[in-house]
Design a protein around this ligand. Structure first.
Ligand code: 2OP
Length: 300
Protein backbone atom coordinates (compact mmCIF):
# COMPACT_ATOMS: atom_id res chain seq x y z
CA UNK A 1 0.00 0.00 0.00
CA UNK A 2 1.08 3.55 -0.78
CA UNK A 3 0.12 6.15 1.81
CA UNK A 4 0.11 9.78 0.73
CA UNK A 5 0.21 12.38 3.48
CA UNK A 6 -1.48 15.52 2.20
CA UNK A 7 -4.25 15.50 -0.39
CA UNK A 8 -3.65 18.84 -2.07
CA UNK A 9 -2.76 19.25 -5.72
CA UNK A 10 0.47 17.28 -5.56
CA UNK A 11 -0.76 14.45 -3.32
CA UNK A 12 -3.86 13.89 -5.42
CA UNK A 13 -1.96 14.04 -8.72
CA UNK A 14 0.43 11.35 -7.42
CA UNK A 15 -2.54 9.28 -6.23
CA UNK A 16 -4.23 9.64 -9.63
CA UNK A 17 -1.13 8.34 -11.44
CA UNK A 18 -0.71 5.40 -9.04
CA UNK A 19 -4.37 4.42 -9.27
CA UNK A 20 -4.91 4.92 -13.00
CA UNK A 21 -1.79 2.80 -13.61
CA UNK A 22 -2.99 0.14 -11.12
CA UNK A 23 0.28 0.38 -9.23
CA UNK A 24 -1.02 -0.44 -5.75
CA UNK A 25 -3.68 0.47 -3.18
CA UNK A 26 -3.52 4.11 -2.07
CA UNK A 27 -4.44 5.72 1.23
CA UNK A 28 -4.87 9.51 1.26
CA UNK A 29 -4.26 11.03 4.68
CA UNK A 30 -5.33 14.60 5.28
CA UNK A 31 -6.02 16.83 8.30
CA UNK A 32 -9.45 17.51 6.82
CA UNK A 33 -11.06 14.11 6.63
CA UNK A 34 -13.81 15.10 4.19
CA UNK A 35 -11.22 16.40 1.70
CA UNK A 36 -9.33 13.08 1.80
CA UNK A 37 -12.53 11.09 1.40
CA UNK A 38 -13.80 13.33 -1.42
CA UNK A 39 -10.56 13.12 -3.39
CA UNK A 40 -10.49 9.34 -2.94
CA UNK A 41 -14.08 9.08 -4.19
CA UNK A 42 -13.15 11.03 -7.31
CA UNK A 43 -9.91 9.14 -8.01
CA UNK A 44 -11.72 5.81 -7.44
CA UNK A 45 -13.42 6.36 -10.77
CA UNK A 46 -10.01 6.21 -12.47
CA UNK A 47 -9.43 2.60 -11.39
CA UNK A 48 -9.15 0.52 -14.60
CA UNK A 49 -12.01 -1.97 -14.98
CA UNK A 50 -10.06 -5.17 -14.32
CA UNK A 51 -7.80 -3.68 -11.69
CA UNK A 52 -7.66 -4.80 -8.04
CA UNK A 53 -6.38 -1.53 -6.62
CA UNK A 54 -8.39 0.68 -4.30
CA UNK A 55 -8.12 4.18 -2.85
CA UNK A 56 -9.42 5.46 0.50
CA UNK A 57 -9.25 8.73 2.39
CA UNK A 58 -8.75 9.28 6.12
CA UNK A 59 -7.50 11.65 8.81
CA UNK A 60 -6.43 8.72 10.98
CA UNK A 61 -2.69 8.08 10.94
CA UNK A 62 -2.99 4.61 12.48
CA UNK A 63 -4.38 3.42 9.12
CA UNK A 64 -0.96 3.82 7.46
CA UNK A 65 0.33 0.74 9.28
CA UNK A 66 0.34 -1.49 6.16
CA UNK A 67 2.28 0.99 4.04
CA UNK A 68 5.24 -0.12 1.94
CA UNK A 69 5.76 3.47 0.84
CA UNK A 70 4.74 6.74 2.49
CA UNK A 71 4.83 9.94 0.43
CA UNK A 72 4.89 13.23 2.32
CA UNK A 73 3.35 16.08 0.32
CA UNK A 74 1.69 18.03 3.16
CA UNK A 75 2.08 21.77 3.47
CA UNK A 76 1.24 24.15 6.29
CA UNK A 77 0.79 27.20 4.06
CA UNK A 78 1.85 29.04 0.93
CA UNK A 79 5.32 30.43 0.29
CA UNK A 80 5.80 32.96 -2.48
CA UNK A 81 9.41 34.16 -2.61
CA UNK A 82 11.39 31.30 -1.14
CA UNK A 83 10.74 27.67 -0.29
CA UNK A 84 12.15 28.28 3.20
CA UNK A 85 9.56 30.97 3.99
CA UNK A 86 7.34 28.74 6.10
CA UNK A 87 10.19 26.52 7.32
CA UNK A 88 9.31 26.75 11.02
CA UNK A 89 5.82 25.33 10.65
CA UNK A 90 6.98 22.81 8.05
CA UNK A 91 9.57 21.51 10.52
CA UNK A 92 6.96 21.08 13.25
CA UNK A 93 4.80 19.24 10.73
CA UNK A 94 7.57 16.89 9.53
CA UNK A 95 8.49 16.05 13.12
CA UNK A 96 4.89 15.10 13.88
CA UNK A 97 4.68 13.01 10.69
CA UNK A 98 8.02 11.38 11.57
CA UNK A 99 6.60 10.36 14.94
CA UNK A 100 3.51 8.82 13.33
CA UNK A 101 5.51 6.93 10.69
CA UNK A 102 7.97 5.64 13.28
CA UNK A 103 5.05 4.41 15.34
CA UNK A 104 2.87 2.87 12.63
CA UNK A 105 5.11 1.77 9.74
CA UNK A 106 8.81 2.01 10.59
CA UNK A 107 9.85 -0.28 7.76
CA UNK A 108 8.25 1.72 4.95
CA UNK A 109 10.27 3.64 2.37
CA UNK A 110 9.61 7.36 2.76
CA UNK A 111 9.47 9.84 -0.09
CA UNK A 112 9.66 13.49 0.94
CA UNK A 113 8.10 15.96 -1.49
CA UNK A 114 7.24 18.88 0.86
CA UNK A 115 9.45 21.96 1.08
CA UNK A 116 12.02 23.03 2.04
CA UNK A 117 12.82 19.67 0.52
CA UNK A 118 16.40 19.04 1.59
CA UNK A 119 15.97 20.38 5.10
CA UNK A 120 12.84 18.28 5.65
CA UNK A 121 14.53 15.14 4.24
CA UNK A 122 17.43 15.67 6.65
CA UNK A 123 15.21 16.37 9.69
CA UNK A 124 12.97 13.40 8.92
CA UNK A 125 15.91 10.99 8.73
CA UNK A 126 17.47 12.35 11.92
CA UNK A 127 14.17 12.24 13.83
CA UNK A 128 13.25 8.71 12.81
CA UNK A 129 16.78 7.28 12.59
CA UNK A 130 15.51 5.18 9.67
CA UNK A 131 18.22 4.00 7.30
CA UNK A 132 19.20 6.94 5.06
CA UNK A 133 18.59 4.68 2.07
CA UNK A 134 14.90 4.63 2.92
CA UNK A 135 14.37 8.38 3.12
CA UNK A 136 14.35 9.95 -0.34
CA UNK A 137 13.72 13.60 -1.16
CA UNK A 138 12.23 14.03 -4.64
CA UNK A 139 13.05 17.31 -6.40
CA UNK A 140 16.34 17.27 -8.32
CA UNK A 141 14.83 15.05 -11.02
CA UNK A 142 12.11 17.71 -11.43
CA UNK A 143 14.74 20.44 -11.58
CA UNK A 144 16.59 18.36 -14.19
CA UNK A 145 13.43 18.18 -16.33
CA UNK A 146 13.16 21.94 -16.16
CA UNK A 147 16.82 22.27 -17.17
CA UNK A 148 16.23 19.97 -20.16
CA UNK A 149 13.07 21.85 -21.15
CA UNK A 150 14.75 25.27 -21.00
CA UNK A 151 17.72 24.04 -23.03
CA UNK A 152 15.40 22.57 -25.65
CA UNK A 153 13.65 25.93 -25.94
CA UNK A 154 16.90 27.84 -26.19
CA UNK A 155 18.40 25.60 -28.86
CA UNK A 156 15.10 25.02 -30.59
CA UNK A 157 15.39 21.22 -30.45
CA UNK A 158 13.18 18.49 -29.03
CA UNK A 159 13.79 17.52 -25.41
CA UNK A 160 14.80 14.06 -26.59
CA UNK A 161 17.79 15.59 -28.42
CA UNK A 162 19.21 16.74 -25.10
CA UNK A 163 20.96 14.19 -22.90
CA UNK A 164 22.54 14.22 -19.45
CA UNK A 165 20.99 17.49 -18.30
CA UNK A 166 21.23 16.99 -14.55
CA UNK A 167 20.68 19.36 -11.64
CA UNK A 168 22.26 18.60 -8.25
CA UNK A 169 22.30 20.25 -4.83
CA UNK A 170 19.59 22.21 -3.07
CA UNK A 171 16.01 22.29 -4.31
CA UNK A 172 16.30 26.06 -4.01
CA UNK A 173 18.23 29.04 -5.28
CA UNK A 174 21.64 27.39 -4.87
CA UNK A 175 20.78 24.38 -7.09
CA UNK A 176 23.53 23.42 -9.55
CA UNK A 177 22.65 22.67 -13.19
CA UNK A 178 25.61 20.68 -14.56
CA UNK A 179 26.47 22.05 -17.98
CA UNK A 180 29.69 20.08 -18.41
CA UNK A 181 27.87 16.78 -19.11
CA UNK A 182 25.02 18.01 -21.32
CA UNK A 183 24.95 16.93 -24.94
CA UNK A 184 22.77 18.27 -27.70
CA UNK A 185 22.55 15.78 -30.56
CA UNK A 186 25.62 14.04 -29.06
CA UNK A 187 27.62 17.27 -29.13
CA UNK A 188 28.91 18.68 -25.84
CA UNK A 189 26.99 21.83 -24.98
CA UNK A 190 30.12 23.66 -23.88
CA UNK A 191 30.97 24.05 -27.58
CA UNK A 192 27.63 25.75 -28.17
CA UNK A 193 27.02 28.02 -25.20
CA UNK A 194 28.74 31.03 -23.58
CA UNK A 195 29.26 31.46 -19.83
CA UNK A 196 26.82 34.35 -19.92
CA UNK A 197 24.14 32.13 -21.49
CA UNK A 198 24.84 29.43 -18.88
CA UNK A 199 24.16 31.94 -16.12
CA UNK A 200 20.88 32.99 -17.68
CA UNK A 201 19.68 29.38 -18.04
CA UNK A 202 20.76 28.57 -14.46
CA UNK A 203 18.70 31.47 -13.13
CA UNK A 204 15.73 30.36 -15.23
CA UNK A 205 15.95 26.82 -13.82
CA UNK A 206 16.12 28.18 -10.27
CA UNK A 207 13.14 30.46 -10.86
CA UNK A 208 10.99 28.05 -12.87
CA UNK A 209 8.68 27.42 -9.89
CA UNK A 210 8.05 31.14 -9.57
CA UNK A 211 6.70 31.25 -13.13
CA UNK A 212 4.30 28.48 -12.15
CA UNK A 213 3.25 30.47 -9.09
CA UNK A 214 2.54 33.44 -11.33
CA UNK A 215 0.78 31.61 -14.13
CA UNK A 216 -1.08 28.77 -12.38
CA UNK A 217 -0.43 29.19 -8.64
CA UNK A 218 1.28 25.86 -7.82
CA UNK A 219 3.35 23.22 -9.48
CA UNK A 220 1.63 19.88 -9.68
CA UNK A 221 2.02 17.48 -12.61
CA UNK A 222 5.79 17.54 -13.06
CA UNK A 223 6.55 16.69 -9.46
CA UNK A 224 3.71 14.13 -9.44
CA UNK A 225 5.20 12.26 -12.41
CA UNK A 226 8.69 12.25 -10.93
CA UNK A 227 7.34 10.91 -7.64
CA UNK A 228 5.26 8.30 -9.45
CA UNK A 229 8.38 7.10 -11.30
CA UNK A 230 10.15 6.54 -7.98
CA UNK A 231 7.15 4.71 -6.47
CA UNK A 232 7.00 2.51 -9.57
CA UNK A 233 10.69 1.67 -9.43
CA UNK A 234 10.33 0.63 -5.77
CA UNK A 235 7.18 -1.45 -6.29
CA UNK A 236 8.34 -3.11 -9.51
CA UNK A 237 11.94 -3.36 -8.30
CA UNK A 238 13.23 -1.79 -11.51
CA UNK A 239 16.43 0.22 -11.17
CA UNK A 240 15.92 3.94 -11.66
CA UNK A 241 18.85 6.34 -11.79
CA UNK A 242 17.94 9.94 -10.98
CA UNK A 243 19.24 12.77 -8.85
CA UNK A 244 17.44 12.79 -5.48
CA UNK A 245 18.04 14.13 -1.99
CA UNK A 246 19.66 11.79 0.53
CA UNK A 247 21.49 12.40 3.81
CA UNK A 248 25.15 12.36 2.80
CA UNK A 249 27.84 10.42 4.55
CA UNK A 250 31.00 11.82 3.00
CA UNK A 251 29.91 11.53 -0.65
CA UNK A 252 30.93 14.63 -2.63
CA UNK A 253 32.88 15.61 0.49
CA UNK A 254 29.69 16.37 2.46
CA UNK A 255 28.16 15.28 5.77
CA UNK A 256 25.36 16.45 8.05
CA UNK A 257 23.25 17.55 5.11
CA UNK A 258 20.76 16.10 2.65
CA UNK A 259 20.90 17.25 -0.96
CA UNK A 260 20.27 16.13 -4.50
CA UNK A 261 22.91 13.80 -5.94
CA UNK A 262 22.65 10.94 -8.45
CA UNK A 263 21.31 7.73 -6.90
CA UNK A 264 20.10 4.35 -8.04
CA UNK A 265 16.69 3.39 -6.64
CA UNK A 266 14.91 0.01 -6.48
CA UNK A 267 12.92 -2.07 -3.97
CA UNK A 268 15.49 -1.39 -1.25
CA UNK A 269 15.05 2.37 -1.62
CA UNK A 270 18.35 3.99 -2.49
CA UNK A 271 20.46 1.05 -3.56
CA UNK A 272 23.51 3.05 -4.50
CA UNK A 273 24.85 6.59 -4.31
CA UNK A 274 26.65 7.48 -7.52
CA UNK A 275 29.66 9.75 -7.52
CA UNK A 276 29.94 11.40 -10.94
CA UNK A 277 32.75 13.55 -12.28
CA UNK A 278 32.26 17.29 -11.89
CA UNK A 279 34.48 20.12 -13.09
CA UNK A 280 36.10 22.50 -10.59
CA UNK A 281 33.44 25.22 -10.81
CA UNK A 282 30.63 22.66 -10.40
CA UNK A 283 32.39 21.21 -7.35
CA UNK A 284 32.65 24.69 -5.88
CA UNK A 285 28.96 25.47 -6.55
CA UNK A 286 27.88 22.15 -5.02
CA UNK A 287 29.88 22.95 -1.90
CA UNK A 288 28.11 26.32 -1.62
CA UNK A 289 24.76 24.59 -2.12
CA UNK A 290 25.47 22.07 0.66
CA UNK A 291 26.51 24.91 2.96
CA UNK A 292 23.31 26.83 2.14
CA UNK A 293 21.19 23.86 3.22
CA UNK A 294 23.32 23.32 6.34
CA UNK A 295 22.89 26.99 7.27
CA UNK A 296 19.11 26.55 7.10
CA UNK A 297 19.32 23.41 9.23
CA UNK A 298 21.39 25.33 11.79
CA UNK A 299 18.75 28.07 11.96
CA UNK A 300 16.36 25.61 13.56
C1 2OP B 1 8.58 23.42 -7.30
O1 2OP B 1 9.77 23.53 -7.54
C2 2OP B 1 7.41 24.60 -5.51
O2 2OP B 1 9.17 23.14 -5.02
C3 2OP B 1 8.12 23.37 -5.89
O3 2OP B 1 7.73 23.43 -8.19
Amino acid sequence: MISIIGSGRVGTAIAFLCISNSLDDVLLVNRTKTKAIGEALDISNAIPEKSNVSIRGTDDFSKISDSDIVVVTASTGIYLKNRTEIMDTQILMIKEIAKQIKKHCPSAIILIVSNPLDVLTYIFQKETQLSRNKVIGIASSLDSSRFRYLLSEKFNVKQSQITDAIVLGEHGDSMVPLFSRVKINQKNILELITEEEEKIISTEVQNYWKSLRLLKSRSQFGIAKHTFDVIKSIIKNNDLTIPASIVLNGEYGEKEVSMGIPVKINRQGIKEVLEIKLNESEKELLKISAQTIRNNIKLL
